[in-house]
Design a binder for this molecule. Sequence first.
Ligand SMILES: NC(=O)c1ccc[n+]([C@@H]2O[C@H](COP(=O)([O-])OP(=O)(O)OC[C@H]3O[C@@H](n4cnc5c(N)ncnc54)[C@H](O)[C@@H]3O)[C@@H](O)[C@H]2O)c1
Length: 275
Amino acid sequence: MANHITFIGAGNMASAIIGGLIDSGFSPSSITATSPDDAMLAPVRERLGIHTDTDNNAAVSQADVVVLAVKPQIMRQVCEAMRDSVQHQKPLIISIAAGLDADTIDAWLGGGNALVRCMPNTPSLVGYGASGLFANARVSAEQRDVATELMEAVGIVEWVEDEALLEAVTAVSGSAPAYFFLMFEAMEEAGVKLGLPAATARRLAIQTALGAATMAKQSDKDPATLKQNVMSPGGTTERAIAHLEEANLRGTMEEAMQACAKRAQEMAKELSTNN
Ligand SMILES: NC(=O)c1ccc[n+]([C@@H]2O[C@H](COP(=O)([O-])OP(=O)(O)OC[C@H]3O[C@@H](n4cnc5c(N)ncnc54)[C@H](O)[C@@H]3O)[C@@H](O)[C@H]2O)c1
């Protein structure tokens, strides 16, 4: 594992990853998080016991891993302002920013960097994250292991060898928590129309999703078989599933995920040229 990890940005995703690292035994004294606003850093410092700094360059100068966790729209200005310290220190760079390709970030940091691009998701906050990772040619096998260990602290990790596949990862896991939250909203609304109190419908829907996901993860049966096991011939589930198939749920999911991946592509273009 790394000796010292610096997080540039101390927001939702950075706090989630830091929390996971500490829970998995990484020493808080080996972690620094930065933000220009010390008022944002105080709760992180107090809750997690890590170092904080309002100076990105000072924080980079002691790190062997630097995680870029600021919003994509300000990434260029943040990277260019710490270019000299990155070039001097040569840490492993891990960017979790959506839609910014490895070469663009590397160039903003002065070039020649070992850089991993990561697409995490918000369930990292509760240790159930799913991250897709891509390494540029300068990343060593040991640095890959460091990145894997870092992101496995908050969930599962899948490496892709073609950077463009991070767009697919964004569609399948990065943005996908929102698809399930939409499903919870819809199920709660429908449950209320069927007469249940909203809180009851919500609790039942969420617990059912948790149960279904846990079964799908633990079972050696594929999702189609698990689905079939719920569907008694001529029964209630068969009727509901037939309705979802007729309404083209599969086609709608495909279109939504294509739109997501396309937007990731557009963002990469917009952010690398207009940033
Ligand atoms: N939220 C998601 O679902 C999600 C999923 C995948 C990837 N991401 C990526 O994660 C990154 C962070 O997202 P987030 O949701 O944690 O955002 P956030 O707004 O919660 O956190 C951003 C942090 O950056 C800090 N910051 C601003 N300017 C800075 C500067 N000059 N130097 C250092 N820190 C600075 C802010 O104080 C804040 O703590 C983004 O690039 C986003 O694309 C987010």
